[in-house]
Write a protein that binds this ligand. Structure first.
Ligand code: HSE
Length: 311
């Protein structure tokens, strides 16, 4: 049995424009790392956090990593186990890229590995959702499920939980720009309308079905024309400066689609290759600079692996 493990878990793009709380995919970078060590004394401790600018709590009951690890140990009946956790944040907090999810998933994958993997990755999803519940008030699964399983994921139902792994065209490439403005997920969830007119619902479920259908048939044009959101994006776009101009710039430069990543403020596009992704990121970053906003860009194919062991 291993006494120590180092795990990387990936960032994720949740919602994928039309699938609020039900669709998400993982990317290769950025992501977070956790080093976990077995200790003789029972209990879950956080001993180090780096890269968070002092924003994350060390209190094991308040940190999403330790909290979900504790839930996991309770579930498998191993409260006799003691672990020390080092969390290396390698991605921005409050970016809309599933930052808390990446940390939580890295922690859960680490403890499950140290316990000789009694649970499957799918079994770990509800424990990771506990972390999301603490981070933003609702245990949504559209970040944690793709971070754990890799690839593209549909949360078909929350009660009972029913998660479906979707196929996708391998050539699909993703570009992401994070403008450095803070949009806490909790706040971005509170501004959404809770009642939806039937005519908007009709448009939305047509698009969700179109997107899923396009993923199965690997029809990139269908994927692109289905990624439209008439419910959440019109409200959340106000949190991102010049959102509609940014969309024009992305589309003028060859993006297949453009939208908000998770709860924002990161924006993302799908492209057919790395060259398009890199050109679009450059143009979007130039526009953010013109708006006096610093930004960070990432580009990646869809990540098929989810968490990986680094040592
Ligand atoms: N589905 C969640 C939301 C993702 O949009 O609030 C949070 O990143």
């Amino acid at each position: 049995m291993k006494r120590s493990v180092n795990v990387f878990a990936p960032a994720t793009v949740a919602n994928v424009v039309c699938g609020y709380d039900v669709l998400g995919f993982a990317v290769n970078a950025p992501g977070d790392e956790v080093i976990m060590r077995i200790k003789d004394e029972p209990g879950v401790k956080i001993t180090k956090i780096s890269g968070d600018e002092g924003r994350l709590p060390y209190d094991p009951a308040k940190n999403t990593v330790s909290l979900s690890v504790q839930h996991y140990l309770n579930h498998i009946g191993r409260n006799d186990v003691g672990v020390e956790i080092e969390l290396y944040k390698k991605m921005p907090i409050g970016s809309g890229l599933g930052s808390s999810s990446a940390s939580t998933v890295a922690g859960l994958f680490a403890i499950n590995t140290l316990m000789d993997s009694p649970l499957t990755r799918m079994d770990l999803v509800p424990f990771a959702m506990k972390g999301e519940e603490m981070a933003c008030g609702y245990g949504h699964a559209d970040n944690v499920a793709p971070a754990l399983l890799g690839g593209f994921v549909l949360v078909r139902s929350y009660d009972p939980l029913d998660i479906i792994q979707l196929p996708y065209p391998e050539e699909l490439y993703c570009s992401i720009v994070f403008p450095q403005i803070d949009v806490p997920t909790r706040d971005a969830r509170q501004i959404i309308r809770t009642k939806v007119p039937l005519k908007d619902a009709v448009v939305q479920w047509g698009n969700v079905a179109g997107l899923v259908s396009g993923l199965y048939t690997k029809d990139i044009d269908l994927i692109a024309r289905s990624m439209k959101d008439v419910i959440v994006e019109p409200v959340r776009s106000i949190l991102i400066p010049d959102f509609y101009r940014l969309r024009e710039i992305a589309l003028e430069n060859g993006a297949l689609t453009f939208g908000i990543s998770g709860s924002g403020p990161s924006v993302f596009t799908f492209t057919r290759n790395a060259e398009d992704a890199s050109r679009i990121n450059k143009k979007l970053q130039e526009h953010f600079l013109w708006l006096d906003t610093e930004s960070i860009a990432y580009q990646s194919p869809i990540n098929a692996n989810g968490p990986i062991i680094l040592d």
